[in-house]
Design a protein around this ligand. Structure first.
Ligand code: ADP
Length: 249
């Protein structure tokens, strides 16, 4: 669906955020970008979204590049309008496209119900927990049925119980939506639980240090599966090796 060939990005400040990054992303895949803070993960997402351009190499789409709305973004901060209700927040991308609220309402209700927030349409962000606010943010991203969903450490600020629940739910939403997800994280556990491909990144400048296929059995028992524990161990070992070879973290 999308490929990066030998992509490099150096900012005007002189910081080289990415060097020699090549990656092919297939439709329907779930990819985790795993690496320490500052290794260029967010920069890579912005390049995929077309919000930034590489100054070396190419980012190319197979076929036509996506139209606006075909790429969804979810950040660590749910970025909700504080004065607007959950429904109005979810409505935002359709409102920006000129879709009337009466027409959008069934889709908004469906999106909120899908993320477990039926009955919370009129709640303001301040009345919702951190996990619920993230659910609103994900509902808003899924509403436009994106082909590609880019997620930048969306669960990093949540407590572990909420994070586990959202991770499990995200896998169900991804299967249901049939979209492609690129998920940035610095958690080995999160990458192992969610992704089918884990891309390991190393810092300064950000490069791909390796890739591990991670096709664990589906279902709620995944976290207890010995294959999950083995994958966590493999990822831990690979990250320690790449730290030994590279700059200190
Ligand atoms: P990550 O998401 O892995 O934490 P980022 O992609 O945010 O990393 O940043 C990679 C490096 O590029 C960091 O050293 C960061 O300070 C730097 N950087 C990011 N954006 C800019 C920018 N707009 N201008 C200058 N430096 C930047």
């Amino acid at each position: 669906m999308l490929s990066l060939e030998d992509v490099g990005r150096r900012f005007a400040s002189g910081t080289e955020a990415l060097r020699g990054v090549s990656l092919a992303i297939a439709a329907g895949d779930f990819i985790a970008l795993l690496g320490p803070s500052g290794c260029g993960k967010s920069t890579l997402l912005r390049l995929l979204a077309g919000l930034d351009r590489p100054d070396h190499g190419r980012v190319s789409w197979r076929g036509a590049p996506p139209a606006s709305g075909e790429i969804g973004f979810v950040f660590q901060d749910p970025t909700l309008l504080p004065w607007a209700s959950a429904a109005e927040n979810v409505y935002l991308p359709l409102r920006l496209r000129g879709v009337a609220l009466t027409e959008a309402r069934p889709r908004i209700a469906e999106a909120l119900a899908k993320v477990g927030l039926a009955g919370f349409e009129t709640a303001r962000p301040a009345q919702l927990s951190g996990g619920m606010r993230m659910r609103v943010s994900i509902a808003r991203a899924l509403l436009t049925r994106p082909k590609l969903l880019l997620m930048d450490e969306p669960f990093a600020a949540l407590d572990e119980f909420t994070r586990h629940k959202l991770q499990a739910d995200l896998l169900a939403w991804w299967r249901d939506a049939g979209c492609t997800i690129v998920f940035v994280t610095h958690s080995i556990y999160e990458a192992a639980f969610l992704a089918r491909r884990v891309i390991l990144m190393s810092a300064r400048p950000g490069r791909i240090a390796g890739e591990i296929a991670a096709d664990l059995p589906a279902g709620p028992a995944r976290r207890l599966d010995p294959a999950y524990a083995a994958l966590v161990a493999t990822l831990t070992r690979r990250l320690e090796e790449s730290h030994r070879q590279g700059a200190p973290a």
